[in-house]
Design a protein around this ligand. Sequence first.
Ligand SMILES: Cc1cc2nc3c(=O)[nH]c(=O)nc-3n(C[C@H](O)[C@H](O)[C@H](O)COP(=O)(O)OP(=O)(O)OC[C@H]3O[C@@H](n4cnc5c(N)ncnc54)[C@H](O)[C@@H]3O)c2cc1C
Length: 413
Amino acid sequence: MSDRPDSREPEVLVIGGGATGIGTARDLALRGVDVTVVDRGGLCSGTSGRSHGLLHSGARYAEADERGAAECIEENRILRRIAGAAIEDTGGLFVGLADDDADYFAEKRAACEAVGIPTETLDPDTAREAVPDLADDVERVMRVPDGVVYPSRLIAANALDAEAHGATIHPHAPVESITVEDGRVSAVALGGSVDGTVRPEYVVNAAGAWAGEVAAMAGLEVEMQPTRGVMVSVEYDGLGPVLNRCREPDDGDIVVPHGDEVVLGTTSVPVNDPDDYEQARWEVETSIEECAAMLPDVADAPVVREWWGVRPLYAPDEAERGGRGISRGFFRLDHAADGVDNAVSVVGGKLTTYRMMAASTADLVCDRLGVDAECETAERELVGADDPERLDEAITRFDGQGPTDVDVVGTAD
Ligand SMILES: Cc1cc2nc3c(=O)[nH]c(=O)nc-3n(C[C@H](O)[C@H](O)[C@H](O)COP(=O)(O)OP(=O)(O)OC[C@H]3O[C@@H](n4cnc5c(N)ncnc54)[C@H](O)[C@@H]3O)c2cc1C
């Protein structure tokens, strides 16, 4: 780094080694840009490694958030092509119980069709052929192209590809301060494994729920409203598809299959500090109870593990929409509009849409740097996509194991 004799300055510094930051680094590296990524912890140590791991079809958001739903189905299709062992094509079912609103089911199906999310309505007996333990009072079922995503593998694959194209990746290198001079970020002080100062041409703030704190170091305001959620993994062997409750989004709506476990969740409660928040028992209990309404056997299944995460939601959007109906679309905030010419923050979105967030961010960066190169990330298979063992080795090297897929990583034959 700049205060070392053998250092060199990166053209672009990406802050945050979650899916968004690493995805942006991959995209920029493929376009020939010299990029360095730093994370204060291991890769995947933020929200990406702590998600529910659902590869959204977009059906969950279709009737309330058309934009978020359209982004999900587009990226769902791309990830099926490029992400290999980082995803599992399980399919998903939306399940309406006797007490759930039949009109809502019809509305969701119509909204899915309008957005271009394919659905197939099944009678409950046919659905039971796929999931024999479905609750007795299931009345309506719709098949959608949901899947499962293993975030540690996804991020490792992006990191390997970024590295293969010249990117430098520094886990355990927190940004400690940012200096702005004459309307530009002139220096970024890094601690931990780097312990030095860099002077990049351009800075990408992909710090997720912490994006507000990072922006504040540069005197910028990025108002975040993180919400916490819990995941509870219980013993349950061989659930085929993802199960979603077909009702207005609420707590405990989703069961994600993971080999001999299923992951139950989740909740959504605003938090003030993404590093210090309450972990309330009612959220664990509600997640189990509500998921058991669809799949009764999970009510008494032994709990294997439990973890929490915080959604990187953008507060102005949250305030506009309120509650659970907030957009799962993303926001690219060009700080030139705030008087800092060489910085952008990218917030919101989903793990499912990380590649699109990265592409949009890289487009802006390239435009500012005068780099004339198109995004290639939707067409090129990720490095190691067909080699889970290689991905799992990379997870170790980048200290990139999150709790979501700890049961899966390392089990490749
Ligand atoms: C409970 C829950 C369930 C979810 N389930 C799903 C799901 O099933 N499917 C789906 O698609 N999405 C899901 N999401 C959303 C998804 O996980 C997030 O939108 C996505 O992972 C955010 O990725 P990111 O890279 O933007 O942020 P992060 O992964 O949080 O990355 C930001 C990184 O910045 C780093 N950082 C912070 N401060 C600094 C600093 N000072 N210096 C250096 N680095 C720093 C952090 O360590 C972190 O690694 C869920 C989220 C939650 C909370």
